[in-house]
Write a protein of this length. Sequence first.
Length: 228
Amino acid sequence: MTKKFLTRHDLDVALALRVADKLETDILLNGRATVVVSGGRTPIGFFKQLAEQDIAWDRVSVTLADERWLDASHSDSNERLVRENLLTRCAADASFIPLKNMATSARRGQKELAGCLKQVGMFSVVVLGMGDDGHTASLFPGMANLSKGLDMGSGLDCLATSPVAAPHERMTLTLPRLLRSASVFVHLTGQSKLQMLEKVLAGRDIYEFPIRSVLQQKLTNVEIFYCD
């Protein structure tokens, strides 16, 4: 399902309301909720709108779809982006689950993070973006271990990656872990993303455009929120 909005502000507000509603439902049913968000510039407005939603944030955990293996103070850190733009206002009471730990590399930190993620259980909401190359999270076309990240039978919750076309060593949630969620939203803005989405929907090869693995699966409901 694709929902198109006239302005980015309208999209940000609508997506924030939908995500807040999903979190409230999980809190009511299970006592807690978990939302997975993505980095980059696109979600900043959405983060700020979500932070204004008056829900029981002290019962919400926030984590990331992927992270660069950098200190949280680094300007390229997704954790920093989330702390500055989402974990504020009403959402200041939420807890944060970092993907970056004290290990010297993502590869060395993968086992520790996997143990942490095992304790989280099913996600309430996952909000993903899409790159102009068709990547999502840190599941990039041409990545050496992409098949492992997309393997629904791998048993892996997270994967250390070193994309050729993107800077920094990274940690990403795998496809099966991203889909272990009550709901998945894909947040897209800009004409170039619409053009890429059309290419993605026209084919089947998940290795060409990894976002296909999310959009074409039948396990978890996916909604696309889009604006020029």
